[in-house]
Design a protein around this ligand. Structure first.
Ligand SMILES: [Zn+2]
Length: 105
């Protein structure tokens, strides 16, 4: 998994190419993630006790992880991450462009 919940990511291809957003949820088994405010789909809802009128709501649809690159907090580039094991054996993610540590653990 090269992205995690809370990561800021940039979309590399498709209709949302170039846009950025925060990962809200990762579906590891499906290799997909929900990105805040991106890949919105319209969903028709029936009237319910909570929403008496029903109607159309917009909701984020999951995007394939191969289309998403983490945006580095250091240099702002979405060059991708490389994973390095530190002395304690923990995997660290580093920016491919500037080598900034993106996260540990
Ligand atoms: Zn960087």
């Amino acid at each position: 998994m090269h992205v995690r919940k809370g990561d800021k990511v940039r979309v590399l291809s498709g209709a949302e190419k170039g846009k950025e957003g925060k990962i809200l949820k990762v579906f590891a088994r499906k290799n997909r993630a929900i990105v805040e405010g991106l890949n919105l789909i319209k969903r028709h809802t029936k009237p319910s006790s909570r929403n008496q009128q029903g109607g159309i709501i917009e909701k984020e649809a999951a995007m394939h992880l191969s289309n998403l690159h983490v945006v580095c907090p250091g240099c702002g580039e979405a060059s991708g991450v490389k994973r390095i094991r530190d002395d304690a054996g923990r995997l660290q993610r580093h920016c491919k462009a500037c080598n900034e540590t993106i996260s540990t653990g």
